[in-house]
Ligand binder design. Structure first.
Ligand code: KIV
Ligand code: ZN
Length: 527
């Protein structure tokens, strides 16, 4: 195998360490659903829980072991017989099972956790006892599976010479993976990388095992430390989706994986992760944990592929690679977007207008841009509906030929949707009634009948523009006449009414343009 083909093993601990995040608790079915998604994402190992910790965790690990195919399923245990037995039992039905056992090995952990005299009188006695316990735990876990991972908790603050001895002993006892956690997020990347390099240099039997890194984010360095570990020989990374976890969390899987992929030139490594599933997985985890993904979160945040300042927008529109090192589609994220703010500039505004189907002349753009700046100075972001409002302000100079003055729609299960409308025209009120496939379709049919016009409906969309029970719905309708698109907009708390108003608005624009063919409309809309 060449170096460029070498794969980093991805160990996901969202369902164990991730769930330890303060204020979160996942139910059994939620864990199962997330485990299915993690399998789809292509993680190599799912740490499904800590079976001895609660009957629910035991049940979740057992269920995932039985039902989730693909990844190895892992259960956590302390270096204690009962824990190991519980993990072994919970994993019984797994096709590929791993027990993750271990203990604290820094002086502070040993002195505090093994304070009882039964572990020895002096710190040194206790340290020897801890090695014995580690060996015993690995051997006991071996009764359940060959795949044993041993964690040397708080390695980041451990006495290095002692750490090497622990690692050597547990490998001899049969540990197939040795986990080097920076449990307290204390390490600095250079230092943590050096620790992994030193383990390779100092532990004689290290090549018989996989060295894993498990970093916490107390100083915001979890991913950096993970990558420093990889650069120095670690071949398994332990991560959580969105970096959730105990205290400040764990290394974020999406960040570590995308760093390895994006900087293949540097690492010369890969993973088996299907990165197109990252965004979806991030959303699912956030939803299940009741947390939200910060907009500026790398890789999966709402702004990860959003461009706002004039210089960036201009560069991005010329060539996305000027300001993007990953493609949104590679992580399954929605398209890159230009976020319109006061800093966006004319080029960005023109681009968005074109995207929305509007073609403007340079002088129209200038007028619109000045109005846009007034709005942008008052708001953090200018949305499409604000632009639509700006545009309609600009073209309100058209005289509407039709006005919807009455709308009645009846629809429901088992009834044929029908609509009746009254449209005010210069010649008087036109009445019409029609039925359709749904209430909007029926209303549109009645409007066509009343106006005597049947433009082709190009697209229709409705969205809430305010929130709450009394939310305003905004309908945007595009119709085509003679190859030209006309956009109508309608707002109401009643979405059928908003839809009908938008259609009449679009028809008015079409009629106005027809009457004024010789003059250029102030804002022309095109396909
Ligand atoms: O952070 C840590 O040390 C852990 C171990 C239990 C692996 O989560
Ligand atoms: Zn941890």
């Amino acid at each position: 195998m060449t170096r460029s083909e070498e794969k980093i093993i991805v160990f996901d601990t969202t369902l164990r360490d991730g769930e330890q995040a303060a204020g979160t608790r996942l139910g059994v079915s939620e864990k199962l659903e997330l485990a299915m998604q993690l399998a789809k994402l292509g993680v190599d190992i799912i740490e499904a829980g800590f079976p001895i910790s609660s009957p629910l965790d035991f049940e979740a690990v057992s269920l995932i072991a039985q039902q989730v195919a693909g990844p190895t399923i892992c259960g956590l245990s302390r270096a204690v017989d009962d824990d190991i037995d519980a993990a072994g039992k919970a994993l019984k039905k797994a096709k590929k099972a791993r027990i993750h056992t271990g203990l604290g090995i820094s002086d502070i952990h040993i002195a505090s956790k093994f304070a009882d005299i039964k572990y020895g009188k002096t710190l040194n006695d206790k340290k020897e006892k801890a090695i014995e316990m580690g060996i015993k735990a690995v051997k006991r876990a071996k009764q359940y599976t060959d795949d044993i991972e041993f964690y040397c908790e708080d390695s980041g603050r451990a006495d290095k010479e002692y750490l090497y001895r622990v690692i050597e002993a547990v490998i001899d006892a049969g540990a197939t993976t040795v986990n080097i956690p920076d449990t307290t997020g204390y390490s600095i990347p250079e230092q943590f990388g050096q620790l992994i390099a030193d383990i390779y240099a100092k532990v004689p039997n290290v090549r018989k095992t996989i060295i894993s890194v498990h970093c916490h984010d107390d100083l915001g360095l979890a991913v950096a430390n993970t990558l420093a570990g990889v650069a120095n020989g670690a071949r398994q990374i332990e991560c959580t989706i969105n970096g959730v976890g105990e205290r400040a969390g764990n290394a974020s899987l999406e960040e570590a994986v995308m760093a390895i992929k994006t900087r293949k030139d540097f690492f010369g490594l890969g993973t088996k992760i299907n990165t197109k599933e990252l965004y979806r997985t991030s959303k699912m985890v956030a939803e299940a944990l009741g947390s939200s993904v910060p907009p500026n979160k790398a890789v999966v945040g709402a702004n990860a592929f959003a461009h706002s300042s004039g210089i960036h927008v201009d560069g991005f529109l010329k060539n996305p690679l000027t300001y993007e090192i990953m493609r949104p589609e590679d992580v399954g994220s929605p398209q890159s977007k230009v976020v319109l703010t006061a800093r966006t500039g004319r080029h960005g505004l023109k681009h968005r207008l074109n995207e929305l189907g509007y073609k403007v002349s340079e002088s129209q753009l200038e007028q619109l841009y000045q109005k846009f700046l007034e709005v942008a100075d008052k708001k953090t972001e200018v949305f499409d509906e604000d632009i639509a409002a700006l545009l309609s302000d600009q073209i309100r100079t058209i005289e509407p030929v039709f006005e919807l003055i009455y709308l009645h729609v009846s629809s429901g299960t088992g009834t044929l949707p029908t609509a009746s409308v009254k449209i005010q025209t210069k010649e008087g009120i036109k009445l019409a009634a029609a039925f359709g496939d749904g209430p909007v379709d029926a209303a549109y049919e009645a409007i066509r009948e009343a106006t005597g016009l049947s433009p082709k409906l190009e697209s229709y969309s409705i969205k809430a523009v305010t929130s709450g029970k009394e939310a305003l719905g905004e309908a945007i309708v595009k119709i085509i006449d003679d190859g030209i698109t006309f956009v109508g907009r309608g707002i109401s708390t009643d979405i059928i009414e908003a839809s009908a108003k938008a259609y009449v608005d679009a028809i008015n624009r079409m009629v106005w343009a027809g009457k004024n063919k010789s003059k250029e409309p102030e804002i022309k809309t095109e396909l």
